[in-house]
Design a protein around this ligand. Structure first.
Ligand code: ZN
Length: 417
């Protein structure tokens, strides 16, 4: 089905240009964007979009890039937005990225040249087995690569170039959105949806080629505050109730063979302590709760409270407070009301020559928040692998398939309108 489209990809050259710009975000920073250097990439993208003829491309003061590709059809087509994030993870340095290309990959482990202890092993990265003959881009072993999400950025840019240079291809208005600070959970905090003016969006931030993700975790945070009974340790017999020990007993009672990140996969959720602090008189435990359904969240929260109550029986004069805070919700709830968003994406993936695979994300995306803000937003693959690590990699061929998927998706929405 690709035959009538004459793709001439620049996506790899773009990608190599973008990853050399350090855009690491910083969770400790209160500003937006959290790091000014994210705007360096934003400014480069705006100048490239303007050079393509997209005159309204601009970077706003919060570090968001907006641009529009005008419609080439007289049909009334919903306005689509393609979205990727500019920042890279605070978990691994993104300064002085030196990408390497393994051309025509022949299989086997890939040792990274600047640090031979860094080896992308097929045993741990079985997706490599699908990459025989492809050109694989890695780092030199000293930094992350930033394919998460500069692969998506490069793919959207390359698709934009193709659409602009092939005005005979019919599509509705296409919006482009690049966001800062996704990795620290603030990617859509300052997005101006009114200005964006899109009806449906796709984040291009998924892993394996061919995947479309329409489901994320639902997420709550739980905080348990324990008030113990404090007294001078020399006179404490039969009186002291130690808040630290109560907190430790609660952690000890959490399920061990199930319901934790290290014992679950697929569609199973978990209860996961992320912080503990305290002294004799008061202790606090922070947890995150994850599940694909709200009922599953509530059930895990009930289990947690049951454990806390049971432990507290041994400390009759101590008290506790449990607070639950909603973090985000499974975007499937919204996307199911617009099944065409997924259906058309699967058709676009097929037209790009791949077998579409529907998947769910054991985490959240900007798309889950955008969906609940009124902009339904599934996630399509960008081809990025082993993200947030020095072993991160992506292949030229997968990035090219993502570009083709974006172009076909724009065309399908016009065909079906
Ligand atoms: Zn990402």
């Amino acid at each position: 089905m690709n035959s009538h489209l004459d793709f001439q990809h620049n996506v790899t050259e773009r990608f190599l240009r973008y990853v050399t710009i350090d855009t690491q975000s910083d969770p400790e920073s209160p500003t937006c964007p959290s790091t000014e250097k994210q705007k360096d990439l934003g400014r480069l993208l705006v100048s490239e979009l303007k050079a393509l003829g997209l005159a309204d491309a601009h970077l706003d003061e919060n570090g968001y890039v907006y641009a529009a590709i005008p419609a080439t059809t007289s049909k009334k087509v919903p306005v689509l937005c393609f979205c990727s994030h500019l920042d890279t993870s605070p978990d691994c340095t993104g300064a002085n990225v030196k990408p390497q290309i393994v051309k025509n990959y022949r299989g086997g482990d890939i040792t990274l040249p600047a640090d031979p202890s860094q080896i992308i092993r097929v045993a741990q990265h079985p997706a490599l087995e699908d990459q025989i003959g492809n050109d694989i881009i890695t780092t030199d072993g000293t930094t992350l690569l930033g394919a998460d999400n500069k692969a998506g950025v490069a793919e959207i840019m390359d698709a934009a170039q193709f659409l602009v240079q092939n005005p005979h291809i019919k599509h509705g208005t296409i919006k482009i959105l690049f966001t800062p600070d996704e990795e620290i959970g603030r990617g859509v905090d300052k997005v101006d949806l009114k200005k964006l003016g899109a009806d449906f969006a796709y984040t291009v931030d998924g892993e394996t080629a061919g995947q479309i993700e329409d489901e994320t975790f639902s997420a709550d945070g739980a905080t348990i505050t324990i008030q113990g009974v404090s007294i001078h340790p020399g006179f404490a017999k039969g009186k002291m109730e130690h808040a630290i020990k109560i907190a430790a007993a609660i952690i000890e009672r959490l399920p061990k063979d199930t319901c934790s990140p290290e014992t679950t996969e697929g569609r199973e959720g978990f209860l996961h302590p992320i912080g503990i602090s305290g002294a004799l008189e008061q202790a606090t435990i922070g947890l995150i709760v994850r599940d694909f359904t709200v009922a599953g969240l509530k059930q895990k929260e009930a289990l947690l409270e049951h454990i806390v109550k049971d432990v507290m029986k041994d400390y009759p004069r101590s008290t506790y407070r449990m607070e639950i805070k909603e973090q985000y919700r499974n975007m499937k709830e919204v996307i199911d009301r617009h099944p065409e968003t997924v259906e058309y994406a699967m058709e676009a993936i097929r037209r790009a020559g791949l077998e579409p695979v529907r998947a769910s994300i054991r985490g959240g995306t900007d798309g889950s928040r955008l969906s609940f803000m009124g902009l339904p937003c599934p996630n399509i693959f960008a081809g990025e692998h082993a993200f947030h690590s020095r072993l991160e990699w992506v292949s030229r061929q997968d990035m090219e398939k993502a570009v083709q998927t974006i172009v076909h998706l724009a065309m399908i929405w016009e065909e079906r309108a």
